[in-house]
Design a protein around this ligand. Structure first.
Ligand SMILES: [Mg+2]
Length: 232
């Protein structure tokens, strides 16, 4: 496989540079232990049910059908409905969840070093879907991210969500390079890889599945491999 040849590298944040899933799991594990009624359900079932309802709620939020405030509470309201949990306020639990979630943020293995190494070679940026204040809090927690990034785009602030090509077009204008000279690295096939390729960018699928990877996408199993391809 040939190396990476790009003039600007943009990164996704959640589950690419930062371990969102690990923090989500840790926060939900604690809620499962504390929430009256949750003990009737195995932890794995509780986690899986949350992921299913959260994905639906995110889709509705991304499509503009519900507000952020609604989305935060609705995912717990739906979880409670599915699991027959009563007597807990989903709005308050949504807030508690975000507090707990914030207590478990961490870099993905090797990501910090790879991000720094990339930034020493080419300008870097971040494009992330997510609630603006949550993503801003992550950037504040890991100052290296924002200090080294030339461009930071958060979907809620930009008014567009990945994979919308207009968000990638906007990022390309801010980067000041033509689309084909830009590389996007992310873990989501739909939002990141298809989004970037659809806007004419190069794409690297972090942790991706080679058997279903679109032609033209680079699949990266870990950050050491990325650094090898970057030649850093
Ligand atoms: Mg991601």
């Amino acid at each position: 496989m040939s190396g990476i040849d790009a003039d600007f590298v943009f990164f996704d944040l959640d589950d690419t540079l930062l371990d969102h899933r690990g923090a989500e799991r840790a926060a939900l594990t604690r809620l499962h232990a504390e929430l009256p009624g949750a003990e009737r359900h195995a932890l794995d079932h509780f986690l899986e049910t949350y992921r299913v309802v959260n994905a639906d709620v995110w889709m509705a939020y991304g499509a503009g059908r519900i507000t952020k405030r609604t989305a935060r509470a609705l995912r717990f309201e739906r979880l409670f409905e599915r699991l027959g949990i009563e007597g807990t306020d989903p709005v308050r639990l949504g807030e508690t969840y975000l507090e707990r979630y914030g207590g478990h943020w961490a870099w993905i293995d090797g990501a910090e070093e790879a991000y720094r190494a990339t930034a020493r070679r080419v300008p870097v940026g971040i494009i992330t879907n997510g609630f603006a204040e949550v993503q801003r809090a992550k950037l504040a927690r890991f100052p290296d991210l924002a200090e080294r990034a030339r461009v930071i785009l958060i979907s809620e602030e930009a008014g567009l969500m990945k994979p919308d090509p207009r968000l990638f077009d906007h990022a390309a204008r801010l980067a000041g390079h033509p689309a084909h000279r830009l590389l996007y690295v992310g873990d989501s096939l739909h939002s990141d890889v298809e989004g970037a390729l659809g806007a004419g960018w190069q794409a690297a699928w972090f942790g991706g599945d080679r058997s279903v990877a679109p032609s033209g996408a680079l699949v990266i199993d870990d950050w050491r491999r990325f650094r090898d391809l970057l030649g850093s």
